[in-house]
Structures are given as structure tokens and as C-alpha cells.
Design a protein around this ligand. Structure first.
Ligand SMILES: *[C@@H]1O[C@H](CO)[C@@H](O)[C@H](O)[C@H]1NC(C)=O
Ligand SMILES: *[C@@H]1O[C@H](CO)[C@@H](O)[C@H](O)[C@H]1NC(C)=O
Length: 349
């Protein structure tokens, strides 16, 4: 009997050793339950390792866990009941289980850096009390920060701001600065200032009467200057009544490099133009519709739908700006709607 149970233990050890060899370092169902019951903060990745989206997460996850202690990955293919019980509907899913027993879904980009910022954010107080001295440092500690400048008796504003913080704390960092009682030398106004530190833009709200004004401020603040087109952003993008500058590419790193380059141009023209990147793996028909073969940039004028192609050798912030000015100054030739695009793509075959 005794020998058998030792063999049983050895067997368990061997199977654990095997499990550990997977780069995910999957946790067992029992360990997962035990750790949740321990009420320790735990960042969990629920994955289906064979799926493309889960594989894409692996290098980012590996980088993240190297620098973070309390993480666990669950193989939903091997323990589907665990994932079902956790009500995980799409894989991969990342969740933060908190020591108070609550759970927060991570909804941002599946990148190590973004996830690390999320953990830092969740470990801050819901709203941090600030003074004049540490206001400006605080406004840049996260991708998106919102600071309420309120008077002592701005009870409704504080309550509304707290509601927003409860809803959006997974994406923004919140602070409050209490304004000194009004005196005649220093006139101040209650306001909420939201900073987008990715694009280095700041938005202010001082009129709080309109319904939804605060929600709108937060939405506007987190909207990227160059919008990555996807199922989530498509609808909002199509409602923007501005001429559009599209950059088509099938390569993520290439699109990211473009965004870094184009950001100042997008900022300079943001009153008139909306900028978007298109992953041509997701929208294979789209470049052809705009007369672009594979990678490339075009500007579509809102009023008449005409399309202009960027034809320069090198795309830099300067050449992009020159191109936009040529189009708006009537000095560029519009695409005839036939040449290039689909036809050329066929020729290539
Ligand atoms: C995940 O579980 C499935 C089913 O048990 C198994 O076939 C697969 O090898 C596991 N994946 C990894 C990377 O451990
Ligand atoms: C800001 O400064 C105050 C007073 O000096 C301090 O109590 C508070 O902890 C500081 N907050 C931050 C976020 O640094």
C-alpha cells in the first residue's frame, strides 16, 4: 500500500514537471482554486494555447511574468470546467483577482507594457488626493489621467467624478485637487482635466450641466489621434464627418512606426482630418477599393469622395504634411478610380 502511494506521489510530481515544461507554466485547477481562496492579488491569463490569438499573447505574457510575481496561466483546453466556472467567454482573457475578492477584466491591448500599467493603475487608490505641488507629476503617471479640480462644496461634481472612477479605473488614473476657497486675488473654476499622455493632448471640462458631458470628455480623451481600424472602432470612425487619411499595411510593426511618425501631423490637422491605420489582414478588400496595392497611404475627401494617393519615395512627417497641403491646395491629382488597385493586384498574380 505504502509503496503504491509513493508511486502515486511520484506520478503527480512527474506530471507537474511535464506541465512546467510548457512555456506558459500552466497552473493546475486545484492550485488555481487554492490561490483564489487565499485572496492574494493574482493576474490570470486564460488561454487556449493552440489558438492563434493565445499564441500571439505568449511572448508578451512571458515578458510580463518575468517582472511580476503574482501571475498564473490557465490552459482552458485542458481544464475547460475551470474557465467555464470563471465565466470566461472569449480566449485569451486576462483578469486581475484582487485581495478583497473582487475581479477586474483587462480590456486593453494584449501587450506586456500595457498590462503592467494596468496593474499599477489598479494598485492606486480609486482617487488620489493631490496638492498644488504634485498635480503636474501625477498628470503624467499613466497613459490617461483625469484630475478633478473641485471646491470643498462641489458635492455633486465629486459624486459624478467618483462614479466615473468606479466605471473607468481600469483604463484611467484618477486624482482630485481641492481648490482653496474662492478669493478675489485668485479666481479658479471647478473643472476636470483629462490628459492623453500617449498623444500628449489635454482636454478640459468646465460646463457640467449637459447630460453626458463627463462621459464625453473621457471618451474624447482616450481616443487615439491615429485610429486603428477594427470591429470595435469601425462604427465610431464611420461617424466622423471629416476627410480621412488611411494607411494600409499588413505588418503591425510597420503600422506602429507609421503612427509614431504621423502623430504630429495628425495633431496639426485634427480639426479637418481623421487618421486611421488599416490592418490589411483584417480588411483585405479595402486597399483595392482605394486603388492601393498592398501598403500605402491615401486621403479621401469627405465632400466628393475623391481619393488622393501619396506617391513620394519616403514617407516622413514633412512629406506627409506636404502631400496634405498639396491636396487641400488643389495641386494634387485625384485617383481616377480605375488604375492601380485591384487591376494591378490581379496583374501580380
Ligand atoms: C493544453 O491542454 C491540452 C489538452 O489537455 C493539451 O493537449 C496541450 O498540450 C496543453 N497545452 C500546453 C501548452 O501545455
Ligand atoms: C501630494 O502631496 C501631499 C502633501 O505634500 C501628500 O500628502 C500626498 O501623498 C502627495 N500625493 C502624491 C500622489 O504624491
Amino acid at each position: 500500500m505504502r509503496a503504491a502511494s509513493v508511486a502515486g506521489v511520484a506520478c503527480v510530481l512527474v506530471s507537474q514537471a511535464l506541465a512546467d515544461r510548457s512555456p506558459w507554466n500552466f497552473i493546475t485547477a486545484d492550485d488555481f482554486k487554492a490561490r483564489l481562496e487565499n485572496k492574494e492579488q493574482l493576474l490570470v491569463a486564460f488561454v487556449a494555447p493552440q489558438d492563434e490569438l493565445s499564441s500571439a499573447l505568449l511572448p508578451q505574457w512571458t515578458e510580463l511574468v518575468e517582472n511580476l510575481d503574482l501571475t498564473a496561466a490557465v490552459n482552458c483546453t485542458s481544464v475547460p470546467a475551470v474557465c467555464r466556472e470563471a465565466k470566461v467567454s472569449t480566449l485569451p482573457a486576462i483578469r486581475l483577482y484582487q485581495s478583497d475578492g473582487s475581479m477586474v477584466r483587462y480590456r486593453g491591448p494584449k501587450k506586456a507594457l500595457d498590462i503592467a500599467l494596468f496593474i499599477e493603475r489598479m494598485n492606486r487608490p480609486l482617487i488620489t488626493e493631490l496638492t498644488e505641488e504634485n498635480l503636474s507629476d501625477f498628470s503624467t503617471i499613466d497613459d490617461f489621467t483625469a484630475i478633478g479640480h473641485f471646491f470643498e462644496n462641489d458635492d455633486t461634481l465629486r459624486a459624478d467624478f467618483t462614479d466615473m472612477a468606479n466605471k473607468l479605473r481600469d483604463r484611467y488614473t484618477f486624482g482630485v485637487h481641492t481648490l482653496p476657497a474662492q478669493d478675489n486675488n485668485k479666481v479658479s473654476t471647478s473643472q476636470v482635466v483629462c490628459r492623453n499622455n500617449v498623444d500628449n493632448l489635454e482636454y478640459k471640462l468646465r460646463e457640467f450641466d449637459r447630460v453626458g458631458a463627463l462621459e464625453q470628455l473621457f471618451e474624447q480623451c482616450a481616443a487615439p489621434l491615429v485610429i486603428p481600424l477594427n470591429r470595435r472602432t469601425e462604427l465610431g470612425f464611420n461617424k466622423i464627418a471629416k476627410s480621412a487619411v488611411y494607411y494600409f499595411s499588413d505588418d503591425e510593426a510597420d503600422r506602429e512606426a507609421y503612427v509614431d511618425m504621423a502623430r504630429p501631423v495628425a495633431k496639426a490637422f485634427r480639426e479637418y482630418l481623421v487618421f486611421a491605420t488599416v490592418d490589411t489582414n483584417d480588411y483585405p478588400q479595402m486597399p483595392g477599393m482605394f486603388g492601393i496595392q498592398k501598403r500605402g497611404l491615401c486621403l479621401q475627401v469627405l465632400q466628393n469622395g475623391q481619393v488622393y494617393h501619396f506617391t513620394g519615395e519616403d514617407m516622413t512627417a514633412e512629406s506627409l504634411q506636404n502631400f496634405i497641403q498639396a491636396v487641400s491646395g488643389g495641386k494634387a491629382q485625384a485617383w481616377d478610380g480605375k488604375s492601380g488597385g485591384t487591376n494591378n493586384a490581379h496583374d501580380e498574380l
